[in-house]
Design a protein around this ligand. Structure first.
Ligand code: SF4
Length: 463
């Protein structure tokens, strides 16, 4: 049985992968895993061999006819494209003399794997057709996962988004939410921790929606069933992280009721008590015009409940000032929200039209000067709130992950506490240790006593 699995060609520069899936339903499931991963990483599929950057053939080796069909398909793909990765049952089959049958028949294939080998196939794809990167939509920084410092890494749990926020074009570019299989996500987390990662940053377009596209189906990790759900994901990540003395930090979480279930895990330290919740605004009418997820939720009350359940929690968020039609009263509502909700870390953009976004058609576009002025007013309030919260930390002792320290920290160093995500929040500036025996090493934790603040940063004495 042959199933050519292919989407329409679109005129973009992202790599296109041709994919042929042969064989039984188990092989088809493997194909789904590989295609899901390809899509999650931003690859496109090609309808034709010739139009692809490379071709993956998932083979069947069960009966002779199936073997012939698989070998013929590989031959066709090589003739029309030249770059072919072979996976599936035939890939595991020995030929005459004990060598690999596929390699004997088609020596020019790029790679051959057996069945259930999503990661090996993806490694071969990355080698021969590097991952696409779109600076406008990727959540991972341009340098990519592998180029983050060894001690922290991003873990993308899904791609795409089911929402249709009126200022955003990501869904039209990336499509609806596609969650990665939970087993793959946890496997990647484990590999990252084993390679020395001390802080794992969970990202997606909507981490709270993880698994919704697969109806929270049960997957497997370490031989046990695990649901593809944010709560289960966090529980398992916290267990794996604990084995390696590492942190787990959650980004892009929306204030849905089920997020409440993560709070006990934060209070017990399994997941960092830090939530990156992109509120974008506080006024219900603006949120409706923005078509924001969870726009009917009572965010202030939810935040208060979160703080009761976990007093240490730090909330980071981003906002838009001067959205089309935003009245002065609506903007004042936003300023009141920042003060009352005591948002620890807030970023703000003056609204700016994105080509193709439906918000462009909304009435009441404000002059750029008004948008910028509101952004400046917002930042003044947000910084006052943030500074007051930072000042309360003086005298406390915090765990700090060291990001830089030359000469074993003799001149001090720079690190981050649980309250600081890399690149977007402040840092903890570490003074030279008082004890000669105390050293600071990148990627290690140190306890530090907070002795002062400086803008968004803390000053601390390692102890
Ligand atoms: S939640 Fe809204 S802003 Fe975020 S990716 Fe989806 S559509 Fe865009």
């Amino acid at each position: 049985m042959t199933q050519a699995t292919l989407a329409a060609n679109t005129p973009t520069a992202v790599p296109k992968i041709g994919f042929v899936s042969l064989g039984c339903p188990k092989a088809l499931t493997d194909s789904e895993l590989i295609l899901t991963q390809l899509r999650a990483e931003g690859y496109e599929t090609s309808k034709t061999f010739a139009g692809a950057d490379l071709v993956i053939v998932n083979t069947c080796g069960f009966i002779d006819d199936a073997v012939k069909e698989s070998l013929d398909t590989i031959g066709e793909a090589l003739a029309e494209n030249g770059k072919v990765i072979v996976t599936g049952c035939l890939g595991a089959k020995a030929g005459e003399g004990g060598g690999n049958l596929v390699r004997q028949m088609h020596p020019s294939v790029l790679a051959v794997t057996g069945p259930h080998a999503t990661q090996e196939v993806m490694d071969a794809v990355h080698l021969h057709s590097p991952k696409p990167h779109d600076p406008f939509v990727d959540l991972v920084p341009a340098q990519g996962v592998k180029l983050t410092p060894r001690h922290y890494a991003y873990l993308k749990v899904s791609e795409g988004c089911n929402h249709r926020c009126s200022f955003c074009i990501i869904p039209s570019m990336r499509g609806d939410l596609v969650s990665r299989p939970i087993g793959d996500v946890l496997g990647e987390a484990q590999r990252l921790f084993e390679s020395g990662v001390k802080e794992l940053l969970v990202i997606s377009q909507d981490t709270s929606a993880y698994g919704v596209d697969v109806k929270y189906r049960t997957g497997f990790w370490d031989g046990r069933p695990v649901k593809t759900h944010m709560t289960d994901l966090c529980e398992k990540l916290s267990e794996i992280a604990a084995l390696h003395g590492a942190w787990v930090r959650l980004h892009y979480v929306y204030p849905y009721p089920h997020v409440d279930h993560i709070l006990p895990l934060m209070a017990s330290g399994g997941v960092l008590p830090y939530l990156d919740v992109p509120f974008q605004h506080s006024h219900p009418d603006v949120l409706k015009r923005m078509k924001r997820p969870a726009n009917g939720e009572k965010n202030l009350e939810r935040l208060q409940r979160w703080r009761e359940a976990c007093p240490e929690i730090v909330i980071r968020s981003t906002f838009i000032a001067g959205f089309p039609g935003e009245t002065e009263a609506e903007f004042e509502h936003l300023l009141g929200f920042i003060r009352e909700a005591e948002i620890d870390r807030a970023g703000c953009f003056a609204y700016s039209a994105v080509s193709g976004a439906t918000a462009n058609d909304l009435p009441g576009m404000l002059p750029m000067a008004v948008r910028e002025a509101r952004r400046a007013r917002f930042m003044e309030v947000a910084e006052a709130v943030s500074s007051a919260k930072l000042a309360r930390r003086v005298g406390a002792t915090m765990q700090v992950l060291i990001d830089s320290a030359s000469a074993l920290g003799r001149k001090g160093g720079v690190g981050r506490s649980y309250a600081d995500a890399p690149e977007i929040d402040g840092v903890v500036k570490l003074l030279p240790p008082e004890k000669a025996s105390k050293t600071l090493k990148v990627g290690e934790f140190t306890r530090a006593r907070i002795v002062g603040t400086q803008g968004h940063d803390l000053i601390a004495q390692p102890i």
